[in-house]
Design a protein around this ligand. Sequence first.
Ligand code: NAG
Ligand code: NAG
Length: 245
Amino acid sequence: MHNFGTLFLWVLASCNLWVGSLAEDLQTGSILPQGVEAKLEDQHQQAQAKLEDQHQTLQTNLGVYQAKLNESLLAVQTRLETQFQAALSKVENQLQAMSNKMDELERAVKVRVPDLVGNTIPHGFEQIGTRYFHVANERVDWATARIRCYEMGGFLATFQNEDEFSTITAKLPRWQGYWLGINRDTNGHFVSVASHKPVQFLKWHKADPNDENHLINCALLHQGEMWDHNCSTRWNFICQAGNET
Ligand SMILES: *[C@@H]1O[C@H](CO)[C@@H](O)[C@H](O)[C@H]1NC(C)=O
Ligand SMILES: *[C@@H]1O[C@H](CO)[C@@H](O)[C@H](O)[C@H]1NC(C)=O
């Protein structure tokens, strides 16, 4: 009983001592042995360094990714710009082509209109009455005059009627002579060299035609009348547009 009481007291005292020491330890901030604490501190620092290291690595990687992202963005931008430029120049080329084509069409129209007109009205021919004529002041024989009219796109002239004849002769000096497209054929008939038909309108000088031998076969307009004349002589001439007469 005595021993038990002693033990109890000892245990109680020991507990008090330990609690006191614990309180003291809490006050000084250290509940661990010296060595353990230093080791923990060391590990803590290592962990922190490691974290900082990883943070640094992450940041470096982030920089690399950003640079790569910038690079690909730049590449995309460049590609888009290139495609845009290509599309733009394609459109510009198409516009230019269209513009060229329109110029071409415009020129073609400009060229074609006089050409169409030229099919019936050769250059330098003027309207006299209802038809177009050209009075050539160039003295040549009858055969040459006929060729000259062809070259101009017409024919040596004949007349449809008195009206046309007098309208033209009123414009000509009376003393001049002009070859007409009237020629005697092998049957002795005067035909139009343009239409190869009998001449529609004739107004012979009172004595003409007077060549019984049919050696003088060309018609000359002189002083408002027609004369049969030597085809080799040289006179001015009149051309007509079209060969209907
Ligand atoms: C990425 O581009 C942005 C904006 O253009 C710029 O501010 C940044 O510095 C660039 N980053 C890198 C890593 O090149
Ligand atoms: C026509 O004139 C030419 C040249 O002046 C002449 O040689 C020819 O004999 C004439 N013909 C006639 C039928 O008079």
